[in-house]
Design a protein around this ligand. Sequence first.
Ligand code: NAD
Ligand code: ZN
Length: 366
Amino acid sequence: DPRLVRVELGNRAYDIAIGPGLLAGIGARIAALRPGARVAIVTDRNVAQHHLGTVEASLAAAGITSSAIVIEPGESAKSYAGLQQVTEGLIAARIERRDLVLALGGGVVGDLAGFAASVVRRGLDFVQAPTSLLAQVDSSVGGKTGINSPQGKNLIGAFHQPVLVVADTGALDTLPARELRAGYAEVAKYGLLGDAKLFDWLEGAWREIVTGSAERVAAVAASCTAKAAIVARDETETGDRALLNLGHTFGHALEAGAGYSQRLLHGEGVSIGMCLAFAYSARLGLCSGQDVVRAQRHLEAVGLPTRISDVPGELPDTDGLMTLIAQDKKVSRGQLTFILTRGIGEAFVAKDVDAASVRAFLEEMR
Ligand code: NAD
Ligand code: ZN
């Protein structure tokens, strides 16, 4: 039986089913949830190659009529053009209010399909079937959907919660190893931000998690449980949900500095960013040097970058990075909002971080 994590929001709730092989049974699960509904699958070419056949066969076996919209892989699909392709595809497939959109893929597919679902016919229900580790532990849970603007990432979007999440941990076997490690950074994030016991466990279990086994199911479930609890407290990020941004202010600046290219994947930027957030917290006297070393050692062991100098190629100078940090949405009225920490599992939201001191710190860390 799969592990079930329940996401409870003010007026509704949904399940996250987690386990190996779940895509082969997704048809029965959807038929039980919404009898008679038709399904429009949104996926990308890479994921389609490995998993679309399984999903289509499972839907057909459950008596569900389905069609598929296949987008190009990569972040560039989270664009107006990608949105047009998916929204018009859904309309052409005659998807109606009682039908379902099924996002089968990584965070790109989930964000794009979820946003398309939120606007077609003023809102269609959708199911997330995340196939990357990042999507299984982070992007498929919590209801943030959207696309990028030429002016910045994720600037156009909506909160639109799925009605069901099906995380097939076996689907991760076809994910490139580098993508798997990058997703793992977000798993480590949950331990580092709020759960020292989880972090202790990860230090011993990460090999099994990465190679795939019962530990992988447990790690995805622990991550979803952590995220669900935070989202339940603060669905639209007026407070605590910002904790999920641990490492992301520095991380996004590095990602932007590397041009959102293959030079630095999101999770890799987050890994470096978390190390910087710990080091900066130690600098402010908030957290011990030992905790900084422990966080860094773990991420390094997994094969993740932990230093700014680990980013291959050129990056903007420190002032350039500061400009990128200032453009990040976590800045309001000149004050930087940062996630700082008092130690492993003890992150907190700091709303009045002094930009000059961050600049001096960054200058030294290069
Ligand atoms: P992605 O969707 O681009 O997937 C990474 C790569 O792996 C792609 O090439 C994809 O085709 C491939 N892939 C996915 N699953 C596969 C599988 N099982 N087998 C083989 N290949 C597979 O990227 P991602 O890292 O999953 O997600 C990143 C996106 O998620 C970003 O756009 C980010 O903004 C978004 N995100 C959203 C949230 C949220 O709360 N909505 C949170 C975090 C990140
Ligand atoms: Zn992230």
